[in-house]
Design a protein around this ligand. Sequence first.
Ligand SMILES: Nc1ncnc2c1ncn2[C@@H]1O[C@H](COP(=O)(O)OP(=O)(O)OP(=O)(O)O)[C@@H](O)[C@H]1O
Ligand SMILES: [Mg+2]
Length: 308
Amino acid sequence: MSDLFASSEAASSPSEPARFGATSLDSHSFDTSSFASLETELSFADVDPGEGQRWSTWPTITPSERGPEPWPAWVVTSAGALDTERGILKTGKEADVFLLERAVPGDPTQHTLLAAKRYRSAEHRSFHRSSVYTEGRSTRNTRDARALAKKSEHGRAVAAAQWSFAEFEALCRMWERGAPVPYPVQVNGTEVLMEFLGDADGTAAPRLAQARGDRAELQELYTQVVDLMRIFAAAGFAHGDLSAYNLLVHDGRVRVIDLPQIVDIIANPQGLDLLHRDCVNICDWFARRRVECDAEELFAEMLAASYT
Ligand SMILES: Nc1ncnc2c1ncn2[C@@H]1O[C@H](COP(=O)(O)OP(=O)(O)OP(=O)(O)O)[C@@H](O)[C@H]1O
Ligand SMILES: [Mg+2]
């Protein structure tokens, strides 16, 4: 399927160049306070993180903020691993996605590439997700709830972290259901670390929007999209923002990303509308490429899946 895509577009459109190799760090990349607890465990404390590096945050993450077990074999859990920034994959409206390498220096068997999605606090966002997605969601911590209501600095940080936790939880839930989502490695404040979908050289998998296949190839991709939508629906959810931009194609397999807004089809008053919108978005895109599909039939099929 490699000829499905114009290779020069692999990671992004021309207006959003992938900058692999750049070491762009923002202020929330490092939490030096968490390193102190590691010092005693490290027998190799002579390795210091360099510019664009930090100690792996994995050892300091509480178990509930790590991905579902069993952890895939490629997940690097060593306290001796370093996280190294490898550049920006994409700056988005609410979050920036970075390429991160997590590796134990000198041990080629403990090396992995991750996508680090970092949510921005409200004042740095150019887009605010509609509250239709969050209806019915509650905040367990009352201090956080008060801060949210007052829109204090802490409140803004809580709001950004709510999106990262929402995305992490959604990824975990859908991963456990067998949906083709990137494996969620961990969540830490406003940062979600997940499986990087792309090549070993750091080239990200292209979006479906960039697919240039013949009708039969696109028909096959459509079948895969319907299959993953069915897994969401059977779990009672709609993606809520499904489009050819939130679907990546890696090695001929469609993977779905950008999940923080998944909606409960029944419990959310807008659930059916959002499911319907997902169906229309997908069918419009494929129908324009002469793939046979009908949004209303797809919607009916998803509804049926959600009731079984
Ligand atoms: N796990 C991943 N592996 C490879 N690339 C990824 C991964 N997650 C995100 N990306 C890249 O980053 C882009 C933005 O990711 P995502 O859609 O989750 O963020 P977003 O902030 O919602 O962006 P947008 O506003 O463009 O929708 C994706 O289109 C994709 O190119
Ligand atoms: Mg997106």
